[in-house]
Design a protein. Structure first.
Length: 158
């Protein structure tokens, strides 16, 4: 026994009814049993349709190339100023670092000047250290770094 298909008999009549509705909508424009070459349509034959699709593709390619060209022009206009901006920012950062170093040095030296003016003990310590002076009964130990030994010259070997 075959499989049961409840709409087998009705499917043909539905299609026929659908065709009748389409015919009513189209009216006199409906054509049955004619080839595409006989129909009054801009893409009636395959060759015309193919040529139109080729032109549509070429138009799309041209549009994409035009967009790429515009993008390249915009990039070429803005790339050099952007590069110069980045160089300027790097230079500003470099100069700001130098300013910070100089401010640190100024603060350190200002503190030392204040200590020399106000703190007698600090002044005495610095003066004795720089002038190699010592108080009576004081022993000073100086630790010096080892100096590199001079290399013997070639004339000393001969």
């Amino acid at each position: 026994m075959g499989a049961f298909d409840p709409g087998a008999g009705a499917s043909g009549s539905r299609k026929y009814n659908q065709l009748l509705r389409i015919q009513e909508e189209l009216g006199d424009k409906a054509a049955y049993g004619v080839t595409m070459g006989q129909v009054d349509h801009p893409f009636g034959d395959f060759r015309a349709r193919r040529e139109a699709s080729v032109w549509q593709r070429l138009n799309r390619i041209l549009l994409v190339l035009l967009i790429i060209a515009i993008w390249l022009v915009i990039v070429s206009l803005f790339a050099p100023p952007y590069k110069k901006l980045m160089q300027s920012r790097a230079e500003i950062d470099n100069l700001q670092q130098k300013v910070n170093e100089q401010q640190t040095l100024l603060a350190r030296q200002t503190r030392e000047v204040n200590l020399l003016k106000t703190n007698v003990t600090y002044l005495e310590t610095i003066a004795r250290d720089r002038l190699d002076l010592m108080k009576q009964g004081e022993t000073i130990f100086r630790l010096e770094t080892a100096r590199a030994k001079p290399k013997p010259s070639d004339s000393a070997r001969r």
